[in-house]
Design a protein around this ligand. Structure first.
Ligand code: GAR
Length: 208
């Protein structure tokens, strides 16, 4: 049984895609053991509760400094004894100790084709605003392992999505979620659960 911990900050549609994939059997022999949010009001926590998944809120606002937050966050992660951690729209910088401890066991979903429109300051709707501003014709989503950089870790899966005339950041965000994110993230967890993601020299190979 693969123990998965999911970290969220907002609406949790990617968390929902994972819950659905576990419940419908696409991701076999896997349990989402805990959801951690940095934001008490995140709708993602309600989604977890609706599916009897333990939700925990750890907000940097409740700690004196970043070090104290990082310590509490890492403790909440370790307590869940996860085999895999998924960042599903988690807008907090992951503590370096955690990256080291869970190397190639933390997956992140990013709403663009990395290395475009990623790195510091590129999150959520901003990514789509920048893509439209630049006038690209194709964007998409990427699932990658988390390393010490921002959006620089080994890429696991990517899917392209075409920009349409009249797209707004909101319409593009929705289409990237529907056509790419909600498919890619469950697929990546499925591949991980099957032990098929091999990391070599900063790149991944998917075993047949
Ligand atoms: C998703 O589009 C995800 O790719 C993005 O935040 C959104 C969360 O939506 N993540 C980032 O931008 C990370 N840099 P959700 O809460 O509905 O899953």
């Amino acid at each position: 049984m693969l123990r998965v911990l999911v970290c969220v900050s907002g609406g949790g549609t990617n968390l929902q895609a994972l819950i659905d994939a576990v419940e419908n059997g696409q991701i076999a022999d896997t349990k989402i053991v805990r959801v951690i949010s940095n934001n008490k009001g995140a709708y993602a926590l309600s989604r977890a509760a609706q599916h009897c998944i333990e939700g925990v809120c750890i907000s940097p606002k409740d700690f004196a400094d970043r070090e104290a937050f990082n310590e509490a966050f890492l403790q909440a992660v370790d307590e869940a004894a996860p085999d895999l951690i998924v960042l599903a729209g988690f807008l907090v910088v992951i503590p370096p100790q955690m990256i080291q401890k869970y190397r190639n066991r933390i997956l992140n979903i990013h709403p663009s084709l990395i290395p475009s429109f990623c790195g510091t300051g590129y999150y959520g709707l901003k990514v789509h605003e920048k893509a439209l501003e630049r006038g690209v014709k194709v964007t998409g989503a990427t699932v990658h392992f988390v390393d010490e950089g921002t959006d620089t870790g080994p890429i696991v899966l990517q899917k392209a999505v075409e920009i349409q005339a009249g797209d707004t950041p909101e319409s593009l965000q929705r289409r990237v979620m529907e056509e790419a994110e909600w498919i890619l993230l469950p697929k990546a967890v499925e591949l991980f659960a099957q032990g098929r993601i091999i990391v070599e020299n900063g790149r991944t190979v998917i075993a047949e």
